[in-house]
Ligand binder design. Sequence first.
Ligand SMILES: [Zn+2]
Length: 418
Amino acid sequence: MQISETINSTRLFNRILELGEIGRSEEGGVTRRALSAEDKKGHDLVIGWMKEIGMAVRYDHFGNLIGRKEGKQADLSPVVVGSHIDSVRDGGRFDGVIGVLGGLEIAQVLQEEEFDHDRPFEVIAFCEEEGSRFNDGLFGSRGIIGKITALDLNRQDEQSISRYEALRDFSDEIDPEKINESVLGVNDIHAYLEMHIEQGPSLEKEELAVGVVTHIAGPHWMTVTVSGEAGHAGTVPMNLRKDPIPAVAEIILYIENLCTDPLHAETVGTVGIVETYPGGSNIIPEKVTFSLDLRDIDLSRREKLFEEIQLKIEEVSKERGLKWEINEGMRVPPVSCTPRLTKKLQNSMEALGLQPHTMISGAGHDAMLVAEIAEMGMLFVRCRKGISHQREEWADQDDIAQGTKVLLDTVKELLNEK
Ligand SMILES: [Zn+2]
């Protein structure tokens, strides 16, 4: 195995900070919403770097930015490294960015070393991963696997500008009429790799710079409503109440217990919103709604837990003479990373003297969509306190460099595969 010592970690980190200045407020938060003027400035900066390295730069019709370094055989499918450079409102400088600029650093090292490779190497910055403008993320990666419809293109931002218009106006190369030409098939990408900050506290806790992702958890979203009878807090006796609040409290505690059970390790359940109607300190509520986000890397376990939660909701509601309803939202299956790529990344880590630590991803990434058409591998880099999507988001220069080295060695092997 070839060990790379040639990553220029200062160059890489300086680029991350320079891109992080675009759309950055005085307080330090970064706002580069997809297809906005700030996003355009960010793209232009990255395009400049890609050209400096000698990459051919293009946009596809989903607004994905792609830099390409040719190998000896242009007809072979490329090895692709990517992520995104759009941000949430008032977000950080590392989420997505380290994956794209890490890929750029790899292209530059390949160039400087005059590394001999057959397959082309591509770096991709996917359009609107965060969904912070059209409220609907993973746009570019859903696009290339053929999952974008007219509905997605017609979505409007708060200024009533449609995504269709925003795409058309972003670059002369993008024509939303021609999105079908940019849909890829199962032979179009040899392998896809993504490096991302962990967005969680595990690596920091383990005192590790990087970890290899084996599975990306799939979320199941729902809204639960439990209804009873509204009443005056002072005049309705306790034994005559049909109060949904204690029922919901019981259900939420049940969900916590269920997901905390070691038998269901890796399942996580989160109630992020609880609303009471009509909502007053002296009113017994008529109904309570709460959100539930249930995630797991094991689909059958997630489905089983969902069934148990449904039964509990039914049981508690019946006991208390209440009505209940579940409105289902997103229901996405978990995704496994390609074992052979996970293994390759682990081998590269060992060769670099790193512990070949594996972990799961609780958050969704472009990689889980690309996995539908290509082999996919993913690497996490430690981030401070697990904080992301905030101005305090931070990853160390050395940790990003370690991740990029792991990626470089794996990319080198893949580039000369048949
Ligand atoms: Zn991200």
